[in-house]
Design a protein. Sequence first.
Length: 250
Amino acid sequence: MSQYSAAKAAVEAETFEEDASLSIPDYLEKTYWWAYVRPWAVRIFEREWLVNLILWGFYKPLRDLTLQAMGSAIAGRTLKISCCYGQLEPMLAAQVKAGGGSLDIIDIAPEQLKNARRKLTRFIEDGVVTLMRRDSTDLDLPDDFYDRALIFFLPHEQPEDIRRQTFYEAFRVVKPGGQVYVVEFAKPKAWHPLKYIWHPVLCVLEPFASPLWTHEMATWLPRGGAGCQIKTKKIFGNFYQLVTVTTPKG
Ligand SMILES: C[S@@+](CC[C@H](N)C(=O)[O-])C[C@H]1O[C@@H](n2cnc3c(N)ncnc32)[C@H](O)[C@@H]1O
């Protein structure tokens, strides 16, 4: 079985736990066990209104901005690096189906993949969506395979070296001339009132997030994004950003 067919077979696995070489990374278990890793966490957080509240009402605008940027009918192969709560994934899958494309979603946490399977059943049955248990730092997928990848609020949850490796892998699997979309926090404008409330909260709950407030996304891209075309759209007084990176053509 080829590397990719083996990966596709993983969608059928009941538990997503078969691969003994994979485990929940330390930073995820220690910092975010309450948000992603436990089954009860999924039962609490899989509510779009709650995620919207946590993002100060901006989950839906960010979700829609992302979907609009990626296009209403998405052809070719799309990779989503890590799951997220809410309706982004079913809505993205619908756009991929409309374009005749395919969508692969990876995550390291079995509970997240099971949750995604519940939300995406019909797209999995149609053969549009494949779920795979993978570490973002070692995707074990072929080079230059995907037309695009989406990373939605993952970098701020990863330590610096892991964040860089996640980007390295994203750029490795995306074809030359393809896109990597990144949705994240950004450096808020000086006048932003949340700057003073949210930053201390982030420092406690999200200890790896503060560099996103002080550095441009290119900081963590391979070779600082050299040769890539980088388009950044910031919203809500620069609190959030959608960065679209087009990789250099071959
Ligand atoms: C995308 S991020 C944040 C999502 C955002 N808070 C939301 O729900 O809208 C959270 C996901 O990243 C996954 N994750 C964290 N580190 C990972 C890694 N090294 N490889 C794959 N998935 C990872 C977690 O398991 C979790 O499902």
